[in-house]
Design a protein around this ligand. Sequence first.
Ligand code: NDP
Length: 270
Amino acid sequence: MSARYCVIGNPIAHSKSPQIHAAFAAQTGHDLVYERCLAPLDAFDATVRGLIAQGYCGANVTVPFKLEAAALATRLAPRARAAGAVNTLVFADGEIVGDNTDGAGLVADIVRNAGVSLADKRILLLGAGGAARGALLPLLEQGPRQIVIANRTLATAERLAAGFPAHGGRLAVCGFHGLEGGFDVVVNATSASLAADLPPVPATVFGPGALALDMMYGERPTVFMDFAVRHGARARDGLGMLVEQAAEAFLLWRGVRPDTAALLASLRQA
Ligand code: NDP
C-alpha cells in the first residue's frame, strides 16, 4: 500500500503541496499519495489523531495551525522549538515529531537557487511573525555578520530576538523608519504583500547588488519586489522557498532530498 501524507490547513484548496510532492515521488520512485486535508478551525488535534489512526506517515501543516502543531507534537526538532511553530509532522513509533522546514527552505533558495552566500553578510528580516520566527535560526546558522529584525510592532521583534541570547551580538531590532545603511539581503517576511501593501522601509536598505526576497508568491511580482527592483536590488518571490521547504519535508519522511531545479522551473512557467 502507498505511504500516505497530506497538508493540513484551513483554507487548503489553494495549496500547491500535492503537486510538488507528486513530482518529488515520481522523480525519486517513491510510492506515496499526498492529499489536501481541510481541518475544522476548532479540531486540529482530532484531525491529526484521525490521520494517525488511518495509518498516515506524516503531514505538512499550514495556516492557521502551525502553533497548534507545535503544541501537539510529542517531540520537537531544535529548529521547530526555536521557531515555536511546526510545518512538518512525522508519525513514527507512537510519536508525533514536529519539525519546521520553512527556514531551511528559505536558506536553500537563497544559497543554492539564487547563488547568494549568507556568510558574513548583513541581512534585514522584515516581520516577526511565524515565518520570520521559522527563518531566524537557519539564517543565523549561515554565519551572517548581522541580522536586523524590523517589525511594525517593535515589541514582537524584541521578543523574537530575546529568544536567541547566544546570538545577541549579531542580532539587532528596529522599527521600519529607524533602519540605517544598506543590506546585502532583505527578506520580506511580513504579510503586507497579501494586501498589496509595502512595509515602509527606506529605499536605502538595498545595498549594492542586494538580493530582495519576498516570502509571498503569486502570478505577478509583489509591490515589495517592484520597489526593490526600482532601487537597484535583484528580486525573488517565495516560490523557491515553498519548493525547498517541501524538499526538506520529503527528506524527513523519505530519507532522500529530491532535486528541485526542474520542478521550480516548470512551476514558474505554469
Ligand atoms: P504572521 O501573521 O505570523 O505575521 C505577519 C507579520 O507581518 C507580522 O510581523 C506583522 O507585523 C507583519 N505585517 C502584517 N501586515 C503588515 C503591514 N501592512 N505592514 C507591515 N507589516 C505587516 O504571518 P506569517 O509569518 O505566517 O507569514 C508572513 C508571510 O510569509 C505571508 O505572506 C506568507 O504567505 C509568507 N510565507 C511564505 C512561505 C513560503 O513557503 N513561501 C512559508 C510561510 C509563510 P505585526 O507584528 O506588527 O502585526
